[in-house]
Design a binder for this molecule. Structure first.
Ligand SMILES: Nc1ncnc2c1ncn2[C@@H]1O[C@H](COP(=O)(O)OP(=O)(O)OP(=O)(O)O)[C@@H](O)[C@H]1O
Ligand SMILES: [Mg+2]
Length: 224
């Protein structure tokens, strides 16, 4: 890899893959009679190992979000295999939040869903509110938040349980510049601790932070 602009060298990936995607295919049927078929994925393969920050790129509509939803289990695949080990965190492209609940109540709800002990939950919440600089919104309901702050909460909830594998679908859409920079620093710190991270990205200005990049083109993966 060429000049890294002073960023620390990514550690060599360690351990067995926490995510392996092999030959995954997915089609959708459209139209009133559902006669028209779109083949979105036609045998896509990739893998992510602990301590890797892997980029997933591709044009709009190339199937990045569909692939992530298949990995998470929100969509069924038509063919191929998905292997996953360890805990999972997923930050969807469209924030999935409850309008009437406050930021703090979201943390409580997710802490319970993840089965976190009280101390761990409080620690994670404080750390993330601080890292993403939105502590002052703790008592705000989601309906009162700006788009960027909703995205911060969406991201924080995906990683509050320190998952082994973190899937991020354009988590920084709507972030201001400073938050965008913080986001990459946060991802880097977690990767250094051994988290495996797959991040959908269009902007490869942060290319030097990525250990690997997979590009979806015509339903298949082209690796750099
Ligand atoms: N539930 C669905 N039903 C039918 N077609 C779908 C569905 N979800 C996605 N598609 C189609 O699958 C293709 C890939 O969509 P996807 O959302 O994965 O693209 P993407 O690579 O994430 O694009 P973007 O960069 O715009 O987020 C698109 O043609 C889309 O219309
Ligand atoms: Mg998408």
């Amino acid at each position: 890899m060429s000049a890294r602009g002073g960023a620390p060298e990514p550690a060599a990936p360690r351990g067995a893959a926490v995510l392996s995607v092999t030959d995954v295919s997915k089609s959708f049927r459209r139209g009133v009679l559902r006669r028209r078929r779109t083949d979105v994925l036609k045998g896509a393969s990739m893998e992510v190992r602990p301590g890797e920050l892997v980029g997933l790129v591709g044009e709009n509509g190339s199937g990045k979000s569909v692939l992530m939803k298949i990995v998470v289990g929100l969509l069924a695949r038509d063919g191929g295999e998905v292997g996953r080990t360890g805990t999972l965190g997923y930050c969807p492209q469209e924030p999935l939040l409850w309008e009437k609940l406050t930021v703090g109540e979201h943390f409580e709800l997710f802490a319970r869903a993840y089965g976190l002990a009280d101390d761990a939950a409080t620690g994670a919440e404080e750390l993330l509110l601080d890292e993403l600089e939105f502590s002052r919104y703790r008592g705000y309901r989601v309906e009162e938040l700006s788009g960027g702050t909703r995205q911060k909460l969406n991201l924080a909830l995906a990683l509050m349980h320190e998952p082994a594998l973190l899937l991020l679908d354009e988590p920084y859409a709507g972030f201001d510049w400073e938050t965008y920079v913080h986001f990459w620093e946060m991802a880097e710190r977690r990767r250094e601790r051994g988290m495996a991270i797959l991040v959908v990205s269009h902007l490869l200005t942060e290319r030097e932070r990525l250990t690997r990049v997979f590009t979806l083109r015509d339903g298949r993966m082209v690796s750099e």
